[in-house]
Design a protein around this ligand. Structure first.
Ligand SMILES: [Zn+2]
Length: 307
């Protein structure tokens, strides 16, 4: 039943893409990387359908247009970033970082079950789900169309700051009207796991070799996870580095999608040099191909996706 629905949606997307002559839609599926004694898969949940206009909050439209144009991107065009979950299998643990958008957010997202199925992973095999934050594309997939938990056997981990912020009954009233559904959805989903959820502190080792990293700004408790194996690390950065060009080449520009824009800039100023100096890989939830590394570029940075 679920697969039938997913396949139909995928066929529809492919048909629509070929009819419209669009060739750059992010692909569904996954990629696999061996990381120390574990295996890391980037698992697609589909993609978001947004617009290039208004991506940044503190630059005028012509500045953004010029920057996008230098990357052959049109400010009038669509912005269709992929949604990449990270699956980390190590010892007895099968860990999912975030859980996707589910069936009720955007037609182009919510493909996680199809991607896991293609990998041969049953959602009941997931032992842990660690959230970067509680925005719709990261947490609404917690529950399926039948109102059941998609990963019934998992322990759920989220930072205490993120959990407490969205569970506060006053949060919804403090959000701008266009984002109030985010607050309602975050609280509704977190309430489902409130019994038994593990609230993490920044700096804490939440699982063997996996540390919660303070990356507040995009949301009040946004958390990256450093997966360390020996001297090598992969950072699951969530939406701390949300745009494949702007977040790296113009890290000081304020992103419209960041809730605390100043804090998010400070997070990028700390995180990017750390990733470069430690020669770590990163998985970005909305970055092309998901996994790659960061190089310096002049006095800024650039994301280099793995081939
Ligand atoms: Zn996101």
């Amino acid at each position: 039943m679920v697969n039938q629905r997913m396949i139909t949606r995928r066929q529809l997307i492919q048909t629509a893409a070929s009819t419209a002559g669009i060739i750059a839609l992010p692909s569904l599926g996954w990629s696999t990387t061996q990381h120390g004694e574990g295996q890391l898969d980037v698992v697609s949940d589909g993609y978001l359908s947004l617009s290039n206009q208004g991506l940044v909050a503190d630059q005028d439209e012509s500045t953004l247009a010029e920057f996008l144009s230098s990357h052959n991107l049109d400010i009038e065009g669509a912005y269709t970033p992929p949604c990449n979950l990270t699956l980390w299998r190590h010892g007895d643990h099968t860990v999912l970082f975030d859980i996707g958008a589910g069936p009720n957010f955007m037609d182009s997202a919510g493909e996680l079950l199809d991607s896991l199925d293609a990998l041969g992973v049953d959602p009941s095999d997931i032992t842990h789900v660690a959230f970067t934050h509680a925005h719709p594309d990261h947490i609404w997939g917690l529950i399926d169309e039948f109102d059941e938990l998609v990963c019934p056997n998992a322990e759920y981990i989220v930072s205490a700051d993120e959990f407490n912020y969205w569970m506060d009954p006053n949060t919804v009233d403090r959000m701008p009207p266009e984002r109030q559904s985010f607050a309602v959805g975050a609280k509704r989903n977190l309430e489902r796991i409130a019994d038994g959820v593990r609230l993490a502190k920044f700096g804490e080792e939440v699982l063997p070799g996996v540390q919660a990293v303070d990356t507040r700004g995009h949301t009040p408790g946004h958390t990256a996870y450093e997966i360390r194996q020996g001297s090598e690390s992969v950072y699951v950065v969530g939406d701390a580095l949300v745009h494949s060009k702007i977040s790296f080449e113009r890290p000081l520009w304020q992103s419209s999608s960041d809730q605390d824009k100043t804090q998010a800039v400070n997070t990028r100023k700390a995180l990017l040099p750390e990733i470069v100096s430690s020669k770590s890989k990163i998985v970005g939830y909305h970055l092309p191909n998901g996994i790659g590394h960061v190089d310096t570029l002049g006095d800024a940075f650039t994301f280099v996706a793995d081939a």
